[in-house]
Design a protein around this ligand. Structure first.
Ligand SMILES: CCCCCCCC/C=C\CCCCCCCCCCCC(=O)SCCNC(=O)CCNC(=O)[C@H](O)C(C)(C)COP(=O)(O)OP(=O)(O)OC[C@H]1O[C@@H](n2cnc3c(N)ncnc32)[C@H](O)[C@@H]1OP(=O)(O)O
Ligand SMILES: Cc1cc2nc3c(=O)[nH]c(=O)nc-3n(C[C@H](O)[C@H](O)[C@H](O)COP(=O)(O)OP(=O)(O)OC[C@H]3O[C@@H](n4cnc5c(N)ncnc54)[C@H](O)[C@@H]3O)c2cc1C
Length: 663
């Protein structure tokens, strides 16, 4: 049967080279080729089907995830996939699993915090999956407050071992993914106790389960913590609980890059900063920022395609009704999310660069950029995951009633995504870290020159009193005008917080009292980073007909949308006047009209297969209604015409004889 493209008329409208945009989105021709090849490989293999996920019981769902993870590994081995190809394959399989934590945290923790000898011993086993690891940091009683962890690792000089112990109920490890049912090993975080002295939290490699029959080793109590939010969704993951009862491990299983314990029981601190114990979190936060654009672009692709298919009202003389994408309200909700997906893509690329840079510096014993890397990863993780979770939910609403169906893909995407606002650092707690960094920067102005993402603070005197020069709506398209407004707002909010803090005798009390304002200042700073990196990206040469122009439109939409949304900040700090705000809004409306003909092509540039999107509303050909109709009949509830339970619960109701006059 010939495949009809119901969105062909939309694709014909586009004004730029979509293939060139696909390469910009992927990051390079190589990255595009890799993504394209692996996503098609996964989509064409029935072993990776995922359309029944929301209908399975937890046990069946979990077993199916185990099957897929094993099948993915077999595919990787059989096809001799490289590390890069294997990572892409896991991404396109698109099912949260214990492997995420094994490859995403266990391996990086050993690489980042293990000595050379420890890496040589453990990494080959992990790379071949002869051991499966998880990252066991959070406890029932403490997640954000890592210093408050209670698990202990006490050195026993008699036997040259550590004794790992959970002294209280609240010290039970709680949440680690992969721990519940699969992991054979954990990087467990525990308080290091040597000679009766507490040296703070450190990581230890602990075997949890037998490599022969998977039973927990003596002293280990381990299991799953139970069902989580949503059908299917993150329930493919075995988040676990773990208690240690005086479990002994050899001394050399303490990760010893940051600090060491000698055979004689002496504690030694290396010349690397203690904060490197938190290094795995910095790495993962950086990957979460890159993933935010993937999750948001998925939702936006679904909502954009469906908005072009869906028609409501406006029929003239019996002609077609209006495509809902043509309503200005729909555009003002959808297009900023489309622009955000691109903005997050580029900030993810930049953050990867920053992370690689700081890692190279650390290897050369240069620790100077670590505080900035921590602030950037923490703040951008917070900002992008909050916006993405909210954006996915907005996309569901943009799809009206059908968005609420699991077959739209949006409920599961939201349920899987929303814990990103909590894991790897609660988003508010992370913004407070950024705020601390900003307050330190302001307090050291004149003493220490701010560089990198806080470089704008060198011009604080100018930024405190500059006036916005915008006179016409088009003036808002000038990158310098946009940048200065965002820099002035961020600087003024930070300086105001610092001034308010100085009124407190006790700085910690002041910080707690002003924390809501400090979080807002941190948001302003992080938004400035995203805006400035998007603008910087556009200063590069970008090949392809019309590609750069489209990106300029998206950059302006992203920036002016933020300005509009946060105009309270911009007005109250005096960075702009109500007239400027009104002109910005006029310009935004005009940009929405420019993006409209290109909207479908801009989401096609994500190059997602229908398998990966997992959404009837977002399917490439836009043939939504027949697919929705067919899918309804495949629901297990429609297996029989008369439902189970009819004779027990419906028929007796219908046949009841009630002799009440009123009824
Ligand atoms: C179903 C199918 C659908 C599929 C759809 C798929 C769509 C999905 C798309 C994407 C999916 C993404 C995939 C990702 C997979 C991830 C899986 C989940 C993994 C989750 C794992 C975890 O959660 S692990 C646990 C993480 N825990 C935390 O993050 C704890 C948070 N707390 C902290 O980080 C810290 O303790 C703190 C920062 C809050 C500490 O505060 P405190 O005041 O106590 O500080 P300290 O005294 O400890 O330190 C002070 C000093 O150190 C500096 N500092 C703090 N942290 C760091 C750091 N990390 N690096 C460097 N420096 C640091 C701090 O700034 C202070 O510096 P000063 O100079 O002294 O001020
Ligand atoms: C799906 C999922 C997967 C996870 N996977 C893992 C894993 O693999 N390994 C692992 O170790 N952990 C894992 N975690 C745990 C996760 O890292 C923690 O839940 C997270 O760090 C938040 O900590 P918390 O739960 O203690 O939140 P809390 O700190 O208890 O937060 C509760 C509320 O208090 C607020 N709050 C807390 N402290 C402050 C403060 N100082 N100032 C202002 N407000 C504050 C927060 O903003 C929040 O609103 C996972 C969690 C989830 C949901």
């Amino acid at each position: 049967m010939e495949r009809v493209d119901h969105l062909a008329h939309e694709r014909n409208k586009s004004e730029f080279d979509v293939d060139a945009m696909k390469i910009v989105w992927a990051g390079s021709p190589h990255a595009f080729e890799l993504s394209d090849r692996i996503s098609k490989l996964v989509a064409s293999d029935p072993g990776f089907r995922k359309d029944n996920r929301t209908m399975l019981s937890r046990k069946d769902l979990f077993k199916n995830t185990l099957r897929k993870a094993a099948y993915a590994w077999k595919t990787i081995v059989d096809l001799h996939l490289s590390e890069e190809e294997a990572a892409k394959l896991r991404f396109y399989v698109d099912e949260p699993a214990y492997t995420d934590l094994h490859w995403g945290m266990f391996v990086p923790a050993i690489k980042g915090q293990g000595t050379d000898e420890q890496q040589q011993k453990w990494l080959p086993l992990a790379y071949k999956m002869q051991i499966i690891g998880c990252y066991a940091q959070t406890e029932l009683g403490h997640g954000s407050n890592v210093q408050g962890l209670e698990t202990t690792a006490t050195f026993d000089p008699q036997t040259d071992e550590f004794i790992i112990h959970s002294p209280t109920l609240t010290s039970s490890k709680w949440w680690p993914g992969g721990l519940g049912k699969v992991a054979t090993h954990a990087i467990a975080y525990a308080r290091l106790i040597v000679g009766g002295r507490d040296y703070g939290v450190n990581g230890f490699i602990v075997q949890l389960r037998s490599l022969e029959d998977h039973s927990p080793l003596p002293g280990i109590t381990v299991g799953d913590i139970g069902m989580k939010f949503g059908n299917g969704a993150y329930n493919t993951m075995d988040n676990g609980v773990l208690q240690f009862d005086h479990v002994r491990i050899p001394r050399d299983q303490m990760l010893m890059r940051v600090s060491q314990v000698t055979r004689e029981g002496k504690y030694k601190q290396s010349d690397v900063p203690r904060q490197l114990v938190y290094g795995t979190m910095v790495y993962v936060r950086q990957t979460i920022v890159a993933d935010a654009s993937c999750a948001l672009s998925r939702a936006v692709c679904i909502a954009t395609r469906y908005s072009a298919v869906r028609r409501q009202f406006g029929s003239q003389n019996g002609g077609p009704e209006t495509q809902v994408i043509d309503y200005k309200t729909q555009q003002s909700r959808l297009f900023p999310l489309l622009a955000s997906a691109y903005a997050f893509r580029f900030i993810g690329e930049w953050l990867k660069w920053l992370y690689t840079d700081v890692t190279q510096r650390l290897q050369a014993n240069d620790f100077s950029t670590l505080p900035e890397a921590h602030a950037c990863t923490a703040g951008l993780k917070s900002l992008t995951t909050t916006a993405t979770a909210d954006g996915i939910e907005e996309c569901r609403k943009l799809c009206g009633g059908h968005g609420y169906l699991c077959s739209s893909g949006l409920p599961e995407l939201f349920a899987v995504y929303v814990p990103a606002c909590t894991y790897e650092g609660d988003n508010t707690v992370l913004l407070l870290q950024v705020a601390r960094f900003l307050m330190k920067t302001v307090s050291q102005l004149g003493v220490k020159k701010p560089v990198g993402t806080i470089g704008y603070m060198t011009r604080v005197d100018h930024l405190m009193q500059c006036r916005c020069g915008v006179q016409r709506a088009e003036d808002w398209l000038n990158p310098s005008a946009l940048l200065e407004a965002f820099e002035a707002r961020a600087a003024r909010m930070s300086v105001a917080c610092a001034q308010n803090l100085s009124n407190f005798d006790n700085p910690e009390e002041g910080f707690a009292e002003l924390s809501a304002d400090l979080v807002e200042a941190a948001v302003a700073h992080c938004q400035l980073i995203i805006v400035s990196k998007f603008i910087e990206k556009l200063q590069q040469e970008i090949p392809g007909k019309g590609v750069k122009q489209q990106l300029e439109v998206l950059c302006n939409i992203y920036t002016l949308f933020l300005l509009h949304k946060h105009q309270g900040d911009f007005l109250s700090t005096g960075c702009i006047t109500p007239k400027h705000a009104s002109l910005a809004n006029d310009q935004l409306r005009s940009l929405y009209s420019q993006v409209r003909p290109n909207a479908i092509a801009l989401v096609d540039a994500f190059n997602y297969t229908d398998h990966f999107l997992g959404s009837i509303l977002g399917c490439y050909d836009g043939n939504v209604y027949p697919k929705l109709y067919e899918a309804a009949w495949e629901d297990p509830l429609n297996d029989s015409v008369v439902p189970d339970g009819y004779h027990q619960y419906i028929r007796p109701l219908l046949k009841q004889q009630i002799r009440t006059a009123r009824l």
